[in-house]
Design a protein around this ligand. Structure first.
Ligand SMILES: Cc1cc2nc3c(=O)[nH]c(=O)nc-3n(C[C@H](O)[C@H](O)[C@H](O)COP(=O)(O)O)c2cc1C
Length: 183
């Protein structure tokens, strides 16, 4: 069965909540989802295997913003994927990226661009958020053309705003719709 891999790291739940919203939208638009993490943070977490990545039809990939970059847990995993890269097993698969940060201008956009880099090296096709998603222009917190985000604030709240949720849904819908066309 074809599936979209929603692969993330989250310490405090913000990125997990983004992942769940994106996964919901993917399922609502007719694709199976495999939710995987890079390490077990919660009892329900299932840690990703290389086979999960090799056999996915598309990927949604997210981590928190850590000093403007991706979380180390994710980078460690990508550094084990050179065999997949050598065989070109991810070429032409659609993908999107998502992240959370505590401050609005604290590096979530640089993190999204950094998350995109290993995917581009693997030959994946990156999807952003187009401006026909109205919440992109009106959000007072997360949401960027490079991918869905959540701004957690100084109290580190992992509760997503309605705008952030709508942007996640638009991302999940777009990824599922395009992936189905390519199957
Ligand atoms: C080591 C570390 C570095 C961080 N660096 C940044 C940063 O550069 N900019 C920012 O706005 N927030 C930064 N944060 C805050 C996290 O990005 C924020 O709490 C995010 O919501 C965490 O996602 P999570 O709830 O999924 O773990 C950092 C947190 C940690 C622990």
């Amino acid at each position: 069965m074809a599936y979209i891999l929603v692969l993330y790291h989250s310490s405090n739940g913000s990125v997990r909540n983004l992942a769940y919203e994106i996964a919901d939208a993917i399922e609502q638009h007719g694709m199976e989802v495999k939710l995987r993490t890079f390490s077990a943070q919660q009892p329900q977490d299932i840690v990703v295997t290389k086979d999960d990545l090799i056999h996915c039809s598309a990927l949604a990939f997210g981590t928190p913003t850590r000093f403007g970059m991706m979380a180390a847990q994710a980078k460690l995993f990508w550094e084990t994927t050179s065999d997949i890269w050598l065989k070109g097993l991810l070429i032409d698969k659609p993908a999107c990226v998502f992240s959370a940060s505590s401050s609005m201008h604290g590096g979530n956009e640089t993190t999204l661009l950094g998350l995109a880099l290993p995917l581009l090296h693997h030959g994946m096709m990156l999807l952003g958020v187009p401006y026909d998603v109205p919440e992109l222009a009106s959000t007072q917190s997360g949401g960027t053309p490079y991918g869905a985000t959540h701004v957690a604030g100084l109290n580190n709240s992992n509760t997503l705003s309605q705008h952030e949720i709508k942007i996640c849904h638009a991302v999940g819908k777009r990824l599922a719709t395009l992936t189905k066309k390519l199957l």
